[in-house]
Design a protein around this ligand. Structure first.
Ligand code: HEM
Length: 366
Protein backbone atom coordinates (compact mmCIF):
# COMPACT_ATOMS: atom_id res chain seq x y z
CA UNK A 1 0.00 0.00 0.00
CA UNK A 2 1.27 3.51 -0.83
CA UNK A 3 1.10 6.27 1.77
CA UNK A 4 -1.64 8.77 0.90
CA UNK A 5 -0.54 12.29 -0.03
CA UNK A 6 -3.92 13.87 0.55
CA UNK A 7 -6.59 14.78 -1.99
CA UNK A 8 -5.70 14.54 -5.65
CA UNK A 9 -7.22 16.88 -8.22
CA UNK A 10 -8.04 15.46 -11.68
CA UNK A 11 -6.36 18.10 -13.83
CA UNK A 12 -3.29 18.31 -11.56
CA UNK A 13 -2.78 14.57 -11.59
CA UNK A 14 -2.98 14.47 -15.39
CA UNK A 15 -1.02 17.72 -15.78
CA UNK A 16 -3.61 18.95 -18.19
CA UNK A 17 -2.18 22.48 -18.11
CA UNK A 18 0.95 21.17 -19.82
CA UNK A 19 -0.81 18.65 -22.04
CA UNK A 20 -3.53 20.96 -23.31
CA UNK A 21 -1.23 23.94 -23.52
CA UNK A 22 1.07 22.13 -25.92
CA UNK A 23 -0.73 22.79 -29.22
CA UNK A 24 0.63 25.86 -30.93
CA UNK A 25 -0.11 25.91 -34.65
CA UNK A 26 2.61 27.71 -36.61
CA UNK A 27 -0.04 29.07 -38.94
CA UNK A 28 -1.47 30.90 -35.90
CA UNK A 29 1.93 32.25 -34.90
CA UNK A 30 2.63 33.56 -38.42
CA UNK A 31 -0.96 34.48 -39.28
CA UNK A 32 -1.54 37.64 -41.35
CA UNK A 33 -4.62 39.08 -43.06
CA UNK A 34 -3.56 37.35 -46.32
CA UNK A 35 -2.64 34.09 -44.57
CA UNK A 36 -5.03 33.42 -41.68
CA UNK A 37 -4.54 30.51 -39.27
CA UNK A 38 -5.19 27.12 -40.83
CA UNK A 39 -8.08 25.42 -39.00
CA UNK A 40 -6.65 21.98 -39.90
CA UNK A 41 -3.23 22.45 -38.31
CA UNK A 42 -4.65 21.77 -34.83
CA UNK A 43 -5.81 18.37 -36.01
CA UNK A 44 -2.39 17.70 -37.53
CA UNK A 45 -0.71 18.51 -34.20
CA UNK A 46 -3.19 16.60 -32.02
CA UNK A 47 -2.93 13.45 -34.15
CA UNK A 48 0.87 13.52 -34.04
CA UNK A 49 0.88 14.15 -30.30
CA UNK A 50 -1.60 11.34 -29.70
CA UNK A 51 0.73 9.04 -31.71
CA UNK A 52 3.69 10.10 -29.58
CA UNK A 53 1.76 9.44 -26.36
CA UNK A 54 0.93 5.93 -27.49
CA UNK A 55 4.53 5.40 -28.65
CA UNK A 56 5.47 6.25 -25.08
CA UNK A 57 3.17 3.55 -23.71
CA UNK A 58 4.49 1.03 -26.28
CA UNK A 59 8.04 1.78 -25.12
CA UNK A 60 6.98 1.47 -21.47
CA UNK A 61 5.65 -2.04 -22.15
CA UNK A 62 8.42 -3.04 -24.53
CA UNK A 63 11.12 -1.96 -22.05
CA UNK A 64 9.59 -4.12 -19.35
CA UNK A 65 9.63 -7.14 -21.69
CA UNK A 66 13.29 -6.46 -22.53
CA UNK A 67 14.14 -6.39 -18.81
CA UNK A 68 12.61 -9.86 -18.42
CA UNK A 69 14.48 -11.27 -21.41
CA UNK A 70 17.74 -9.72 -20.24
CA UNK A 71 17.75 -12.08 -17.25
CA UNK A 72 19.87 -15.22 -17.65
CA UNK A 73 16.78 -17.35 -16.97
CA UNK A 74 13.29 -16.42 -18.07
CA UNK A 75 10.96 -17.98 -15.49
CA UNK A 76 7.83 -19.80 -16.68
CA UNK A 77 5.84 -17.36 -14.56
CA UNK A 78 7.29 -14.41 -16.54
CA UNK A 79 5.50 -15.55 -19.67
CA UNK A 80 2.14 -14.31 -18.42
CA UNK A 81 3.54 -10.77 -18.18
CA UNK A 82 5.38 -10.98 -21.50
CA UNK A 83 2.21 -12.06 -23.27
CA UNK A 84 0.01 -9.50 -21.54
CA UNK A 85 2.34 -6.63 -22.55
CA UNK A 86 3.04 -7.75 -26.10
CA UNK A 87 -0.69 -8.23 -26.57
CA UNK A 88 -1.31 -4.70 -25.31
CA UNK A 89 1.18 -3.36 -27.84
CA UNK A 90 -0.74 -5.04 -30.66
CA UNK A 91 -4.01 -3.54 -29.38
CA UNK A 92 -2.45 -0.05 -29.30
CA UNK A 93 -1.12 -0.52 -32.82
CA UNK A 94 -4.56 -1.53 -34.08
CA UNK A 95 -6.11 1.56 -32.54
CA UNK A 96 -3.54 4.08 -33.73
CA UNK A 97 -3.80 2.79 -37.29
CA UNK A 98 -7.31 4.28 -37.35
CA UNK A 99 -5.90 7.75 -36.56
CA UNK A 100 -5.04 7.88 -40.26
CA UNK A 101 -8.79 7.95 -41.03
CA UNK A 102 -9.14 11.01 -38.82
CA UNK A 103 -6.12 12.76 -40.32
CA UNK A 104 -7.38 12.08 -43.84
CA UNK A 105 -10.45 14.20 -43.13
CA UNK A 106 -7.94 17.02 -43.79
CA UNK A 107 -7.74 17.48 -47.55
CA UNK A 108 -4.44 17.80 -49.46
CA UNK A 109 -5.36 21.45 -50.16
CA UNK A 110 -5.91 22.08 -46.43
CA UNK A 111 -2.47 20.57 -45.75
CA UNK A 112 -0.86 22.91 -48.27
CA UNK A 113 -2.05 25.86 -46.16
CA UNK A 114 0.61 25.16 -43.54
CA UNK A 115 2.95 22.47 -44.94
CA UNK A 116 5.71 24.87 -45.99
CA UNK A 117 5.94 26.13 -42.39
CA UNK A 118 7.03 22.66 -41.26
CA UNK A 119 10.18 22.29 -43.39
CA UNK A 120 12.61 20.62 -42.58
CA UNK A 121 10.76 18.89 -39.67
CA UNK A 122 9.70 15.37 -40.54
CA UNK A 123 8.50 12.04 -39.13
CA UNK A 124 12.14 11.01 -39.64
CA UNK A 125 12.75 12.89 -36.43
CA UNK A 126 10.29 10.90 -34.32
CA UNK A 127 12.89 9.48 -31.98
CA UNK A 128 10.29 7.41 -30.14
CA UNK A 129 9.32 5.71 -33.41
CA UNK A 130 12.99 4.95 -34.09
CA UNK A 131 13.44 3.78 -30.52
CA UNK A 132 10.62 1.28 -30.94
CA UNK A 133 12.14 0.06 -34.21
CA UNK A 134 15.59 -0.29 -32.63
CA UNK A 135 14.31 -2.02 -29.51
CA UNK A 136 12.35 -4.47 -31.62
CA UNK A 137 15.49 -5.21 -33.66
CA UNK A 138 15.69 -2.86 -36.65
CA UNK A 139 19.06 -1.11 -36.70
CA UNK A 140 19.77 1.96 -38.82
CA UNK A 141 22.25 -0.16 -40.76
CA UNK A 142 19.76 -2.76 -41.86
CA UNK A 143 16.61 -0.68 -42.26
CA UNK A 144 15.51 0.80 -45.54
CA UNK A 145 16.71 4.37 -45.52
CA UNK A 146 18.02 6.91 -47.94
CA UNK A 147 21.37 6.33 -46.37
CA UNK A 148 22.52 6.09 -42.81
CA UNK A 149 24.33 9.43 -42.71
CA UNK A 150 21.47 11.31 -44.36
CA UNK A 151 19.00 9.72 -41.99
CA UNK A 152 21.05 10.46 -38.87
CA UNK A 153 21.80 13.92 -40.22
CA UNK A 154 18.11 14.82 -39.80
CA UNK A 155 18.50 14.55 -36.02
CA UNK A 156 19.98 16.83 -33.37
CA UNK A 157 23.34 15.67 -32.04
CA UNK A 158 21.78 14.60 -28.72
CA UNK A 159 19.08 12.48 -30.40
CA UNK A 160 21.62 11.01 -32.81
CA UNK A 161 23.95 9.93 -29.97
CA UNK A 162 21.13 8.48 -27.92
CA UNK A 163 19.76 6.42 -30.81
CA UNK A 164 23.21 5.25 -31.89
CA UNK A 165 23.85 4.10 -28.32
CA UNK A 166 20.53 2.31 -28.15
CA UNK A 167 21.60 0.28 -31.17
CA UNK A 168 24.35 -1.27 -29.05
CA UNK A 169 21.87 -2.63 -26.51
CA UNK A 170 20.28 -6.05 -27.16
CA UNK A 171 16.93 -5.79 -28.94
CA UNK A 172 13.87 -8.02 -28.52
CA UNK A 173 14.94 -9.89 -31.66
CA UNK A 174 18.39 -10.68 -30.22
CA UNK A 175 17.15 -11.50 -26.72
CA UNK A 176 14.45 -13.84 -28.00
CA UNK A 177 17.06 -15.40 -30.29
CA UNK A 178 19.25 -16.18 -27.25
CA UNK A 179 16.26 -17.53 -25.37
CA UNK A 180 15.29 -19.76 -28.30
CA UNK A 181 18.87 -21.03 -28.56
CA UNK A 182 18.76 -22.08 -24.90
CA UNK A 183 15.51 -24.03 -25.31
CA UNK A 184 15.93 -27.75 -24.49
CA UNK A 185 13.67 -30.60 -25.75
CA UNK A 186 14.84 -31.19 -29.33
CA UNK A 187 17.93 -33.22 -28.46
CA UNK A 188 17.71 -35.51 -25.47
CA UNK A 189 19.64 -38.76 -24.82
CA UNK A 190 19.39 -40.96 -27.91
CA UNK A 191 16.67 -38.77 -29.37
CA UNK A 192 17.50 -36.13 -31.96
CA UNK A 193 14.28 -34.55 -33.16
CA UNK A 194 15.88 -33.07 -36.25
CA UNK A 195 16.95 -36.48 -37.62
CA UNK A 196 13.35 -37.61 -37.29
CA UNK A 197 12.04 -34.40 -38.85
CA UNK A 198 14.37 -34.78 -41.85
CA UNK A 199 13.03 -38.31 -42.39
CA UNK A 200 9.44 -37.05 -42.26
CA UNK A 201 10.24 -34.34 -44.83
CA UNK A 202 12.00 -36.83 -47.11
CA UNK A 203 8.92 -39.12 -47.03
CA UNK A 204 6.59 -36.17 -47.55
CA UNK A 205 8.51 -34.89 -50.59
CA UNK A 206 8.96 -38.39 -52.02
CA UNK A 207 5.16 -38.69 -52.00
CA UNK A 208 4.90 -35.36 -53.83
CA UNK A 209 7.34 -36.65 -56.43
CA UNK A 210 5.36 -39.87 -56.80
CA UNK A 211 2.18 -37.81 -57.35
CA UNK A 212 3.88 -35.74 -60.06
CA UNK A 213 5.18 -38.88 -61.78
CA UNK A 214 1.81 -40.63 -61.63
CA UNK A 215 0.20 -37.61 -63.31
CA UNK A 216 2.95 -37.51 -65.90
CA UNK A 217 0.76 -38.80 -68.72
CA UNK A 218 -1.49 -35.74 -68.48
CA UNK A 219 1.38 -33.23 -68.34
CA UNK A 220 3.28 -31.54 -71.13
CA UNK A 221 7.09 -31.87 -70.97
CA UNK A 222 7.29 -28.22 -69.96
CA UNK A 223 4.76 -28.62 -67.13
CA UNK A 224 6.47 -31.77 -65.88
CA UNK A 225 9.87 -30.04 -65.82
CA UNK A 226 8.29 -27.06 -64.08
CA UNK A 227 6.77 -29.23 -61.35
CA UNK A 228 10.01 -31.17 -60.83
CA UNK A 229 11.92 -27.89 -60.67
CA UNK A 230 9.50 -26.62 -57.97
CA UNK A 231 10.02 -29.81 -56.02
CA UNK A 232 13.78 -29.36 -56.24
CA UNK A 233 13.46 -25.82 -54.92
CA UNK A 234 11.28 -27.05 -52.04
CA UNK A 235 13.89 -29.74 -51.19
CA UNK A 236 16.65 -27.10 -51.23
CA UNK A 237 14.58 -24.77 -49.05
CA UNK A 238 14.17 -27.50 -46.44
CA UNK A 239 17.84 -28.47 -46.55
CA UNK A 240 18.89 -24.81 -46.15
CA UNK A 241 17.50 -25.15 -42.63
CA UNK A 242 20.23 -27.59 -41.72
CA UNK A 243 23.12 -26.29 -43.82
CA UNK A 244 25.10 -23.99 -41.51
CA UNK A 245 27.16 -22.42 -44.29
CA UNK A 246 24.16 -21.75 -46.49
CA UNK A 247 22.33 -20.32 -43.49
CA UNK A 248 25.23 -17.93 -42.88
CA UNK A 249 25.20 -16.82 -46.52
CA UNK A 250 21.46 -16.13 -46.35
CA UNK A 251 22.08 -14.00 -43.23
CA UNK A 252 24.83 -12.07 -45.04
CA UNK A 253 22.43 -11.41 -47.92
CA UNK A 254 20.06 -9.88 -45.35
CA UNK A 255 17.39 -12.49 -46.03
CA UNK A 256 17.51 -14.03 -42.55
CA UNK A 257 18.29 -12.54 -39.17
CA UNK A 258 18.00 -15.30 -36.59
CA UNK A 259 20.63 -17.93 -35.91
CA UNK A 260 20.03 -21.41 -37.25
CA UNK A 261 19.51 -22.85 -33.76
CA UNK A 262 16.96 -20.18 -32.87
CA UNK A 263 15.03 -20.77 -36.10
CA UNK A 264 14.96 -24.54 -35.56
CA UNK A 265 13.72 -24.17 -31.98
CA UNK A 266 11.07 -21.65 -33.02
CA UNK A 267 9.94 -24.16 -35.63
CA UNK A 268 9.72 -26.88 -32.96
CA UNK A 269 7.52 -24.60 -30.86
CA UNK A 270 5.14 -24.07 -33.79
CA UNK A 271 5.07 -27.76 -34.73
CA UNK A 272 4.23 -28.88 -31.18
CA UNK A 273 2.34 -25.79 -30.08
CA UNK A 274 -0.33 -27.82 -28.23
CA UNK A 275 2.18 -29.30 -25.79
CA UNK A 276 1.55 -27.46 -22.49
CA UNK A 277 5.10 -26.11 -22.10
CA UNK A 278 5.02 -24.69 -25.63
CA UNK A 279 1.62 -23.00 -25.57
CA UNK A 280 2.83 -19.70 -24.09
CA UNK A 281 6.02 -19.55 -26.22
CA UNK A 282 3.83 -20.16 -29.29
CA UNK A 283 1.56 -17.30 -28.22
CA UNK A 284 4.61 -15.09 -27.80
CA UNK A 285 5.86 -15.91 -31.30
CA UNK A 286 2.39 -15.17 -32.69
CA UNK A 287 2.31 -11.79 -30.90
CA UNK A 288 5.75 -10.87 -32.24
CA UNK A 289 4.47 -11.62 -35.73
CA UNK A 290 1.37 -9.54 -35.05
CA UNK A 291 3.51 -6.61 -33.95
CA UNK A 292 5.58 -6.88 -37.14
CA UNK A 293 2.46 -7.18 -39.29
CA UNK A 294 0.77 -4.22 -37.57
CA UNK A 295 3.90 -2.13 -38.05
CA UNK A 296 3.98 -3.02 -41.74
CA UNK A 297 0.28 -2.26 -42.15
CA UNK A 298 0.86 1.13 -40.51
CA UNK A 299 3.77 1.87 -42.84
CA UNK A 300 1.72 0.93 -45.90
CA UNK A 301 -1.19 3.05 -44.77
CA UNK A 302 1.11 5.97 -43.96
CA UNK A 303 2.72 5.69 -47.41
CA UNK A 304 -0.72 5.80 -49.04
CA UNK A 305 -1.67 8.81 -46.95
CA UNK A 306 1.57 10.56 -47.92
CA UNK A 307 0.78 9.81 -51.59
CA UNK A 308 -2.72 11.21 -51.19
CA UNK A 309 -1.43 14.37 -49.46
CA UNK A 310 1.70 15.03 -51.52
CA UNK A 311 1.27 13.31 -54.89
CA UNK A 312 4.82 12.81 -56.12
CA UNK A 313 6.29 15.73 -54.15
CA UNK A 314 9.27 15.02 -51.88
CA UNK A 315 8.82 14.86 -48.10
CA UNK A 316 9.54 17.75 -45.75
CA UNK A 317 12.47 15.68 -44.46
CA UNK A 318 13.93 15.45 -47.99
CA UNK A 319 13.06 11.83 -48.91
CA UNK A 320 11.42 10.90 -52.22
CA UNK A 321 8.13 10.94 -50.29
CA UNK A 322 5.66 8.12 -50.75
CA UNK A 323 8.10 6.07 -52.89
CA UNK A 324 10.56 5.91 -50.00
CA UNK A 325 7.79 5.05 -47.55
CA UNK A 326 6.50 2.23 -49.79
CA UNK A 327 9.98 0.69 -49.97
CA UNK A 328 10.40 1.07 -46.21
CA UNK A 329 7.10 -0.78 -45.67
CA UNK A 330 8.33 -3.73 -47.73
CA UNK A 331 11.78 -4.03 -46.28
CA UNK A 332 11.66 -2.83 -42.68
CA UNK A 333 10.53 -6.14 -41.29
CA UNK A 334 11.84 -7.24 -37.91
CA UNK A 335 10.53 -10.77 -37.44
CA UNK A 336 10.33 -11.95 -41.05
CA UNK A 337 12.10 -15.20 -40.06
CA UNK A 338 9.09 -16.11 -37.94
CA UNK A 339 6.78 -15.59 -40.93
CA UNK A 340 9.06 -17.73 -43.10
CA UNK A 341 8.75 -20.62 -40.64
CA UNK A 342 5.47 -21.56 -42.33
CA UNK A 343 7.58 -22.87 -45.22
CA UNK A 344 8.77 -25.69 -42.96
CA UNK A 345 5.52 -26.77 -41.33
CA UNK A 346 4.19 -30.28 -41.82
CA UNK A 347 0.66 -31.59 -41.23
CA UNK A 348 0.30 -32.94 -37.65
CA UNK A 349 -0.17 -36.47 -38.97
CA UNK A 350 3.34 -36.35 -40.50
CA UNK A 351 5.13 -35.06 -37.42
CA UNK A 352 7.68 -37.32 -35.70
CA UNK A 353 6.37 -38.91 -32.52
CA UNK A 354 8.13 -37.49 -29.48
CA UNK A 355 9.52 -40.07 -27.03
CA UNK A 356 7.73 -40.37 -23.69
CA UNK A 357 10.62 -38.93 -21.67
CA UNK A 358 10.62 -35.72 -23.80
CA UNK A 359 6.85 -35.57 -23.75
CA UNK A 360 6.99 -35.67 -19.96
CA UNK A 361 9.26 -32.61 -19.94
CA UNK A 362 6.75 -30.80 -22.14
CA UNK A 363 3.89 -31.37 -19.72
CA UNK A 364 3.05 -29.90 -16.36
CA UNK A 365 3.18 -32.35 -13.46
CA UNK A 366 1.46 -32.41 -10.13
C1 HEM B 1 -0.28 14.78 -43.67
C2 HEM B 1 0.18 13.73 -43.06
C3 HEM B 1 1.53 13.14 -43.29
C4 HEM B 1 2.34 13.19 -44.40
C5 HEM B 1 2.07 13.86 -45.72
C6 HEM B 1 3.54 12.47 -44.08
C7 HEM B 1 4.61 12.30 -44.96
C8 HEM B 1 5.80 11.69 -44.63
C9 HEM B 1 6.94 11.57 -45.52
C10 HEM B 1 7.00 12.06 -46.95
C11 HEM B 1 7.89 10.92 -44.83
C12 HEM B 1 9.31 10.55 -45.34
C13 HEM B 1 10.33 11.41 -44.71
C14 HEM B 1 10.35 12.81 -45.27
O1 HEM B 1 10.87 13.02 -46.35
O2 HEM B 1 9.84 13.70 -44.56
C15 HEM B 1 7.38 10.62 -43.53
C16 HEM B 1 8.07 9.93 -42.57
C17 HEM B 1 7.53 9.58 -41.37
N1 HEM B 1 6.31 9.95 -40.85
FE1 HEM B 1 4.88 10.92 -41.83
N2 HEM B 1 3.44 11.98 -42.81
C18 HEM B 1 2.24 12.36 -42.30
C19 HEM B 1 1.74 12.06 -41.03
C20 HEM B 1 2.38 11.31 -40.09
C21 HEM B 1 1.85 10.94 -38.81
C22 HEM B 1 0.45 11.29 -38.27
C23 HEM B 1 2.79 10.24 -38.17
C24 HEM B 1 2.64 9.68 -36.80
C25 HEM B 1 3.60 9.67 -35.92
C26 HEM B 1 3.94 10.15 -39.05
C27 HEM B 1 5.13 9.52 -38.77
C28 HEM B 1 6.18 9.39 -39.61
C29 HEM B 1 7.37 8.62 -39.30
C30 HEM B 1 7.63 7.85 -38.03
C31 HEM B 1 8.21 8.73 -40.40
C32 HEM B 1 9.57 8.06 -40.59
C33 HEM B 1 9.28 6.75 -41.27
C34 HEM B 1 10.49 5.98 -41.73
O3 HEM B 1 11.55 6.58 -41.98
O4 HEM B 1 10.35 4.76 -41.90
N3 HEM B 1 3.65 10.80 -40.22
N4 HEM B 1 6.09 11.09 -43.42
Amino acid sequence: MHKSHGPVYYSHYLMLDKLLGAQEPLSRKYASPENPESHEETLFIVVHQAYELWFKQILHDLDSVLVIFNKSVVEDSDFGIIIQRLDRITKIQTMILSYMDILETMSPMDFLEFRSLLVPASGFQSTQFREIEIKLGLNTNNRESIDREFFLGRLTEGDRDRLTQLENAPSLLRLVEKWLERMPFTVSGQFNFWDEYKKSIADFLAEDEATIMSNMAGLSDKDLQGQLENLKITRETFSSLFDVELHQKIIELGQRKLSQKAILNALFILLYRHEPMLTLPQQMITLMMNIDENFTTWRQRHALMAHRMLGTKIGTGGSSGHQYLKRAADSNRVFMDLFNLSTYLLPSSRLPVIPTEVRRQLNFHV
